[in-house]
Design a protein around this ligand. Sequence first.
Ligand code: PEP
Ligand code: MG
Length: 325
Amino acid sequence: LAAKLAKQSQLPAETLDGTRIALNANIEFPHETAACLARGADGIGLYRTEFLYLSSDEEPSEEDHYQAYAEVIKQMEGRPVVIRTLDLGADKMGRGKLAHQENNPFLGLRSIRLSLRNLDLFRPQLRAVLRAAVLGDVRVMFPLVTTLGELRQARMLLNVVAEDLADSDIPYRSDLPVGMMVEVPAAVMMLDHFAREVDFFSIGTNDLAQYTLAVDRSNEYVADLYQSSDPAVLRLIQASIDISDANQIPISVCGEMSSNPARALLLLGMGVRNLSVPPSALPRVKKAIRNVSIEQCQAIAERVRKLESARDVDLYLLDRLAELA
Ligand code: PEP
Ligand code: MG
């Protein structure tokens, strides 16, 4: 059985009609990379680097960042690795000098906002990413971008840091692809503008659902309202896909939504060709992909567009999954 599973894991994530889907993995720690490879991941679609902070009492140095990234990149042997810059704050607040109290932390100083206000935190990370990027197919991604100004600030800082490296004759990758998470409705509304200034997008359905539905993703009292399959969330996802396609900017989905096989098929039907899921979800998502055609997925998406609640969407999707996979 183990041998059979191992063989299956190395089959491509390809639909019945031969459409190749990039099936990547989300990781939080370098030691997870081996499991991703064993389960046949095409790349790392989301490396949540804030865990470098959360797992230690001390602030990581540029060298700590570099070592962690190098470990992942080398193991991936040329496969794509998307390094997301620090997404600290709100639910991911470490101890130490960054810790602070806010009434509405999810609407507060978190993620890219926190990084842009703490350059002594952000700069070493960007230096380490630029340096490590010579070791493989690396891309950098900024989280929670809400305005064009934030993206421009982050890109400018990346350029300044690159110039510093050049001045010191430290090797780095000068053409590092830069992407952003699409996880705030405001970013979706402005996505055609963002498309002119990034190399790729990745939809973070966890935060996109939270900010669209006005539901704190960590609040158990309203957990029933927190659904990435809510039709309002689906419309924002569809708009993001359509805008990125129209502008020929690659888009992926790295939120938890894509680790649910039924919802993953819906995403394929909506036009997504790149998914990133936790390592544990790789086998089940790949199995679902290999059992359907794109045409079947498109029919699913067509039907779902007419539904009016997350419950109706999920019931329909489960039904279809049972028939197909
Ligand atoms: C998301 O918001 O969907 C996402 C992938 O990022 P995180 O869960 O780390 O906020
Ligand atoms: Mg997020």
